[in-house]
Design a protein around this ligand. Structure first.
Ligand code: ADP
Length: 507
C-alpha cells in the first residue's frame, strides 16, 4: 500500500493559475454585505503601496466559511478578477499525501510562486482537509507517530502556518481559505495573524435566490411565462450552485424539444429532474394504482384551494399535481410556499387548515372509493398526527393542559412542578423544570384529545370534498388524462362544478 502511495505521490499537482479570472463582483449575487466587506481586499491588491505608506495592513488571511455551492470560490475569484491580479487555487486535499514532505513542498511552492507574481491571490479550498484537528492528545501521541498519514498532515499544516506567520502583509499577496467544516478546523489556523478574519457565507434567502437566478439567466433566454421570483420563493435551502444548475437544466430541456427560449414548462421539467430524477418512460400509467394516486394528490390540492376560497385559509396555492413518474416518485403535488413569516408565526386557524389539507388525500379517497381506502392515502397521516398532537400538547393552542418537552409520548417529559406541587416518587425541584418519568394520565388525555381533533378535522374535510364531489371527479379525470394539472386549472374546475353539482355531470 505504502509503495503504491509513493508512486502516486510522484505526480505533483500544480496550483491552478488563472491569469485573470474573468469573474467580477457582478457575477456574485445575493450576498451584497459580504461583497462590501471584501471590497477592501480589492483596493489593497490594486495598490498595496498606498496601504503600506499609510501604515495600515489588510487582514493576513480571510476564511470563507459556509455550505458548499454558496459562492466561496466564486467570491475568491471575483476578488482577483476585480483587482486584475493572478489567482492561485488549490484544494486542501491536494496537499495531503502519505509520502512525508510532499504536501509541505507543495505549500512552499504555491506561496513562492504567488509572491513572485504579486500582487496576487492564493486560494485554498477545503482547507479543513489539511487543517483538520490534530488528534495528538497525550495518550495517543505514540500511536499517531506510526500513522504516516497523520504525520504528513501535521507537517503540511505546519508549513502552511509558517507561510502565514512569515507572511509580510506588505508583500501584496492576499490569502483566502474556504471550508464547510468549521468544526474540523485546527484551532492553530484561527490564531491572530493567521486567519484573522472569518466571513460566514450562508445559503441565500428568497431575495438572494432571486438575485442569483437573475444573474444566471443572463446567459440563457427566458420567455415571459417564467416567473423567476416565484421559483426563488419556492426553493428554500437551494444553494447558488443548485440554482445555476436549474437554469442550465431548463436550457437543455428546451433544446431537447427544439425550443429556442426557456418557458415555464421547461423550468418545471428541469426542477422535477433535479429533485426526483429522470422521467421513467414507458411506465403504464392507466393502472388503477395511478388513479388512486391521482385521487390522493388531487385531494390535497383541492382541499387547500377550497379552504382558501371558502374560509380565507392561509394555506398554500397548489402549483401543480403531477403523475409523471420520475425516479422513485410516482405522483406528487407541488405547493407554492407562503411568505417566510407565515411559517415562523403560525396561529391556530392556519394550523387547523393545514391539518385539513394533510387529511385531504385520505378524504378524497373515501369520497371516490367509499370505505375501500388504501394504504397510499395514509401517507400524510403521520404528519397530521404529529401536528395534531403538538397542537393539543406542546403548543397548547387549544387551551387546557400543558405538557412541555418532547411531543413523543414515550420519552421522558420535563414538567414544571411549580412551588407547591409535589409529584409522588419523582425527582423534582420545586422551582424548575425536572426530568421525571412520564405521567401516563397526561399521555392518555393528550392522546384522546389528539384523536378527537384528528377525527373532527377529518370529518370536516370529508364533508367539504363530498360537497365538491363533481369538481374532485373532474380534477382527477384531468390529472389521469394529461398527467398534470396546474393550480389555475384547478380553480377553473371549481368554478365550473360548484358546490352540490351532481357527479353524473362529469361521468
Ligand atoms: P463554494 O465554493 O461555496 O462551494 P462555488 O463558488 O464553487 O461554491 O459555487 C459554484 C457555482 O455556483 C458558481 O460558479 C456559480 O455559478 C454558482 N453560485 C454559487 N453561489 C453564487 C452566488 N452567490 N451568486 C451567483 N452564482 C453563485
Amino acid at each position: 500500500d505504502l509503495w503504491q502511495a509513493i508512486e502516486f505521490g510522484q505526480s505533483k499537482p500544480q496550483a491552478r493559475v488563472e491569469g485573470t479570472t474573468g469573474v467580477g463582483f457582478a457575477d456574485v449575487a445575493g450576498i451584497d454585505d459580504v461583497v462590501t466587506e471584501l471590497q477592501e481586499l480589492v483596493s489593497y491588491l490594486k495598490d498595496p503601496e498606498r496601504f503600506n505608506q499609510m501604515g495600515t495592513k489588510p487582514p493576513h488571511g480571510v476564511l470563507l466559511e459556509g455550505p458548499p455551492g454558496c459562492g466561496k470560490t466564486l467570491l475568491a475569484k471575483a476578488i482577483a478578477g476585480e483587482a486584475g491580479v493572478p489567482f492561485y487555487q488549490m484544494a486542501g486535499s491536494e496537499f495531503v499525501e502519505v509520502l512525508v514532505g510532499v504536501g509541505a513542498a507543495r505549500i512552499r511552492d504555491l506561496f513562492k510562486r504567488a509572491k513572485v507574481n504579486r500582487p496576487s491571490v492564493v486560494f485554498i479550498d477545503e482547507i479543513d482537509a489539511l487543517g483538520a484537528m490534530r488528534h495528538g492528545a497525550a495518550g495517543e501521541e505514540g500511536m499517531d507517530s506510526y500513522n504516516a498519514g497523520a504525520q504528513e498532515r501535521e507537517t503540511t499544516l505546519n508549513q502552511l502556518l509558517i507561510e502565514l506567520d512569515g507572511f509580510d502583509t506588505g508583500k501584496g499577496v492576499v490569502f483566502l481559505g474556504a471550508t464547510n467544516r468549521m468544526d474540523m478546523l485546527d484551532p492553530a489556523l484561527l490564531r491572530p495573524g493567521r486567519f484573522d478574519r472569518k466571513i460566514a457565507i450562508r445559503p441565500p434567502r428568497a431575495k438572494g435566490r432571486y438575485e442569483i437566478l437573475k444573474v444566471h439567466s443572463k446567459g440563457v433566454k427566458l420567455d415571459e411565462s417564467v416567473d423567476l421570483e416565484s421559483y426563488a420563493k419556492n426553493l428554500p435551502g437551494w444553494s447558488g450552485a443548485e440554482l445555476a444548475q436549474l437554469l442550465q437544466e431548463a436550457a437543455l430541456v428546451a433544446v431537447r424539444h427544439g425550443g429556442t427560449v426557456i418557458n415555464r414548462l421547461d423550468m418545471d421539467r428541469a426542477l422535477d429532474r433535479l429533485t426526483m430524477g429522470s422521467e421513467r418512460i414507458g411506465l403504464q400509467r392507466r393502472l388503477p394504482v395511478h388513479r388512486r394516486m391521482a385521487t390522493h394528490e388531487t385531494g390535497l390540492a383541492l382541499t387547500s384551494h377550497l379552504l382558501r376560497r371558502l374560509e380565507d385559509a392561509e394555506t398554500e396555492f397548489c402549483d401543480r399535481v403531477s403523475i409523471v413518474p420520475r425516479g422513485e416518485t410516482l405522483a406528487r403535488t407541488i405547493f407554492d410556499r407562503l411568505d417566510d413569516e407565515a411559517y415562523l408565526f403560525e396561529r391556530l386557524p392556519a394550523l387547523l387548515h393545514r391539518l385539513q389539507v394533510m387529511l385531504g388525500g385520505r378524504a378524497a379517497e373515501e369520497v371516490m372509493y367509499g370505505r375501500d381506502t388504501s394504504t397510499f392515502s395514509l401517507l400524510h397521516l403521520p404528519d397530521a398526527s404529529w401536528l395534531a398532537r403538538k397542537l393539543v400538547s406542546v403548543w397548547n393552542l387549544e387551551g387546557g393542559i400543558t405538557i412541555t418537552g418532547d411531543p413523543n409520548p414515550w420519552s421522558r417529559e420535563a414538567v414544571f412542578t411549580g412551588p407547591s406541587l409535589g409529584f409522588e416518587g419523582g425527582l423534582y425541584d420545586n422551582y424548575g423544570f425536572v426530568e421525571r418519568p412520564l405521567n401516563y394520565d397526561l399521555v392518555q388525555e393528550t392522546t384522546l384529545r389528539t384523536k378527537a381533533l384528528l377525527d373532527n378535522m377529518y370529518m370536516k374535510t370529508l364533508t367539504l370534498l363530498k360537497q365538491h364531489h363533481a369538481a374532485l371527479t373532474k380534477a382527477v379525470y384531468v390529472v389521469m388524462e394529461k398527467e398534470e394539472l396546474f393550480g389555475e386549472e384547478l380553480d377553473q374546475i371549481i368554478d365550473l362544478y360548484p358546490l352540490g353539482t351532481s357527479v353524473q355531470v362529469v361521468e
